[in-house]
Design a protein around this ligand. Sequence first.
Ligand SMILES: [Zn+2]
Length: 258
Amino acid sequence: MLRVRPVRAFADNYIWLIHAPSRPACVAVVDPGDAAPVIAELKSAGLQLGAILVTHHHPDHIGGVADLLRAAPVPVVGPDDDRIPDRTLTVRDGALAELPELGLAFKTLHIPGHTLSHIAFWGHDSLFCGDTLFSAGCGRTFEGTAQQMNSSLERLRSLPPRTQVFCGHEYTAANLRFALTVEPDNADALAYQQTVAKLRAEDRPTLPSELALEARVNPFLRCDTPAVRRAAERHAGATLADAAQVFGVLRAWKDTFR
Ligand SMILES: [Zn+2]
């Protein structure tokens, strides 16, 4: 399994540092929205930057790229999107994002919805999924349709259950409040809420999550289960034709949920 460490940025972002298996002092950074905390972590842990991976163009995911490149000119791997400057390697769906500096390669998954060019990096039992899948929740559909986002999430759900899920934000506790509004009797979600409350009380990350757990607790990965469909239909006051429609209702519901 990969050794990965979180770097906190802004209010609730995680920037992930992936250690090279054969050169543990060399790391790749995922979604460096801010350079300062990354540079501080590299310095204090005696690490050297080998590559930058970017899942999507939002400033809180790419804002630190230019400053990191000034400190170390390393490859920048990201999706085909001109809103992401400084890219040296563009990866499209199904392509291998090869990081020779680290002796690692990840498969690129194009997962539109949060943004149209959003990608995830998957490999070594790990998924770096930016703002598409969160623990117990998912990103807002800023650019894509509900159908696109639902297809992207279904695709992530089909990865091996033991996959470790490295998301871009610490939203788990708030997401679980919504998940338990949708499925108040979900025993796995109730148990997870206890675990998450304890971790947060100790100021520890709830991430990475595991895909097997997400499949049991995350309503956005459960749009085809009867309890979630019933809750969405009750909320919408209408019969919903398919999982994508259930997803659309859940996403709009969560957008205004407090
Ligand atoms: Zn985003």
